[in-house]
Structure formats: C-alpha cells, structure tokens
Ligand binder design. Structure first.
Ligand code: IPM
Ligand code: MG
Length: 374
C-alpha cells in the first residue's frame, strides 16, 4: 500500500486525462495491476478505462478485439499496454498500424543496483528508435512457388527464387516517407535529450543508424540514404552509421558511446531486447510508440509465461513505460519523481524481483517504490 503522510484522504482532482489500460497476456497483468494502483494513488487526475480485449473479450463477445475496444482506445488520451503472446495481439496491431505509431522509442538506461551482466555498465544511457510499421512486419508472406510468374533472379544466388525449392518468402518493405519520418523523430529526440538538465552541455547529441545496406542495398540502402539526407538538416547533431552486425558488437562493447539509435523495424525489435539484456533483464526495458496524433506505451515485451501466476514478474518496464506515458500527458514532474523513486529502490537493493537477484514479489517491489515516493 502507498504510504501517506496524513491519515485524512486527500481530495481527488477531477480526471483530466483518460488512459485505456490493456493488461496483456500471461504474467503481464500481474505487472500492470500494481503499476496502475501505484499511479492511481498519486492522484494525478487520470481516469482508467479497460477496453474489452484478449481472452476475456473473446469469451464474452467472440472476438479478441471487438468494436467496443477500438472505440475505447480512440476515446482515450493514450493507452498503456501490457505484453502480448497472442490474445491481445489484435489490439497491438490496431495501436501500431491503426494509429500509425511509427516511432517505437526504447530507452536503455543503467540504474545502479540492477543486475547487468556487464563489468562496467555505469553510464549506459541510450535510446533505440525502432521504425514500427514497415520492413518485414508488413505481413506479406507466401509460398516461393507463387513467385514463379515473376521469375525473380536472386542478386546473390543468380537463380530464380521460386526454383530454390519448396519454401516461403516474406516481403521487406521500406518506404522513403516511413523512413524519413522516423529518422526525423530520432534527430529531434537527440536534440531534446541534449537539453535535459542532466545532459545539458555534457556531450554533442548523436544519431547512430544501423542497417544491413551491404547485403540489402535496395531496402536498407534506402533507409541509410534517407537517414544521410535528413542528417544534413541537423548540423548540430553528430551522425554515424554502421552495418547492423557491427553495430550489435559495438552496442555490447561500448554502449556508453551511444545516444539515439535509429533502425528499421526488425533490427530494432531484436536489438532492443538485446539492449534490455545489457541492463540485466527484459523486465527493465520500457517503450513508447509515437505517431502524429496518438501515442501508446508498453514494456518492450515478453509476457513471461514461465512465471505467470507466481506474482514475481519485474514491473519496472511497465512502470517506466507508464512514466514515459505521464511525460507524454504533460505530467513530466510526476514521471520524474517516480523514476527517481525506482532508481532509489534499485540503489537500495532490498526489494528487487528474482530476475534481479532478489526475492521480492511484484507487489513488494511496487510497495517499495511507493515508500520511496514518500
Ligand atoms: C515487441 C514485440 C512485438 C514485436 C511482438 C509481441 C509482436 O516483440 O514489441 O518488440 O515484434 O514488435
Ligand atoms: Mg520484440
């Protein structure tokens, strides 16, 4: 329970923002519920709604994403989403492709006390901006034999792709518009980060682009080409680029060199989990997905089915996603206070969940954050 400084209930301000909560699958609701309770206790004027989504909606309406769920998301100022392993997937698709949330922002920031596998994790503080809507995730796959009428000759194999044997293909689509908007977002974010009080004047903002342009000159070559063009409009921001496999090595060897990293969808998906691993757990990796007129927030994923029902999932990623959400809603001071409280709980180390080497339950961790908030 949240510690209060006096026993009389404080007046609840009128709700000024509405947040749609989708708890997610497997162990995800076990992280989401105490996080929402914690935020609710802070009386920030947030009203929570629960769109009917996933397994329960399916039992009640026959659909995992009935029209009422879409309407609730549309009516809310934003959505806080747990993780999905399937049943909440249709809602996730709507939040991404339906709402055109093209920039998936995944911060990777070391907190002293978290169980990083690195010998020197201090100072890790970068953000992956993952293009969120294109690439191999446009969802076009099929049988290779269906490509026979096109007679597509592989640049490397020099043979018709349909003649390789029985198999499947996937379409990787990268557009100029989709790339330009996410790269601009990354440069703007680099500028904004450089102005935050803890970073101001400490180093030049930087954007790093990672692509496989050597093997994929068409698609990834386009992504890199657009990034290089956009970079010209930001002379105050350093720009560098690496082949993505080389980048993966650098991200592990010298993560402190990174600031903002922009990548096509699939590399961003994979490497943001790896970035969570650098910190010590996927349970530490928050994210926010931003479009022109909607944004939603979700941990960088993993529904932890192996620990579902045990009450020990690490809620940090969900909580830090919620602080990104609060900042988006204009409640940055509250977001900062919560982040500082989370950092104190890690520094103190007495109430950490098992993935961090502790024995605390999810609720005990959240209670410790509430106490740290005072
Ligand atoms: C993520 C996840 C999702 C993705 C899955 C759950 C569809 O891995 O957000 O990183 O692939 O984008
Ligand atoms: Mg992922």
């Amino acid at each position: 329970m949240v510690a209060r400084s006096c026993s009389r209930p404080e007046p609840v301000p009128p709700a000024s923002k509405t947040v749609a909560v989708i708890e997610g699958d497997d162990a995800a609701p076990e992280a989401m519920r105490p996080v929402v309770a914690l935020l609710d206790e802070l009386r920030l004027g947030v009203r929570w709604t629960y769109p009917p989504v996933g397994a329960r909606a399916e039992r009640e309406t026959g659909s995992t994403f009935p029209p009422a769920a879409k309407a609730a998301i549309d009516a809310a100022d934003t959505t806080l989403f747990g993780s999905t392993s399937g049943k909440s997937g249709a809602a996730l698709s709507y939040l991404r492709w339906g709402k055109e949330t093209y920039a998936n922002v995944r911060p990777c920031r070391h907190m002293p006390g978290c169980a990083s596998p690195l010998a020197t994790p201090a100072g890790i503080d970068f953000v992956i901006v993952r293009e969120n809507l294109e690439d191999l995730y446009v969802g076009v796959e099929g049988a290779l034999r269906d490509l026979a009428p096109l007679n597509l000759i592989g640049r490397t194999t020099r043979r018709p792709v349909h003649a390789l044997g029985e198999g499947c293909y996937a379409v990787k689509a990268i557009t100029e518009r989709g790339t330009e908007r996410v790269v601009r977002f990354a440069f703007e974010l680099a500028r904004t980060r450089a102005q935050t009080p803890e970073r101001a004047g400490s180093r030049q903002p930087k954007v790093t682009c990672a692509t496989k342009h050597n093997m994929l000159p068409g698609t990834d070559g386009l992504f890199l080409g657009v990034a290089r063009e956009v970079a010209k409009a930001y002379p105050d921001v350093e720009f560098e680029f690496f082949i993505v496999d080389d980048f993966a090595c650098r991200m592990i060897r010298e993560p402190q060199r990174l600031d903002v990293v922009v990548m096509p969808n699939q590399y961003g998906d994979i490497l943001s989990d790896a970035a969570g691993g650098l910190l010590g757990s996927l349970g530490l990796a928050p994210s926010g997905c931003y479009g022109h007129d909607y944004a939603y927030f979700e941990p960088a994923h993993g529904t932890a089915p192996d620990i579902a029902g045990k009450g020990v999932i690490n809620p940090t990623a969900t909580l830090l996603s919620a602080t990104m959400m609060l900042a988006h809603l204009g409640l940055a001071p509250a977001a900062r206070r919560i982040e500082e409280a989370v950092a104190r709980v890690y520094a103190e180390g007495a109430n950490l969940t098992p993935d961090q080497g502790g024995t605390a339950t999810t609720q005990a961790f959240c209670d410790a954050v509430a106490r740290a908030l005072g």
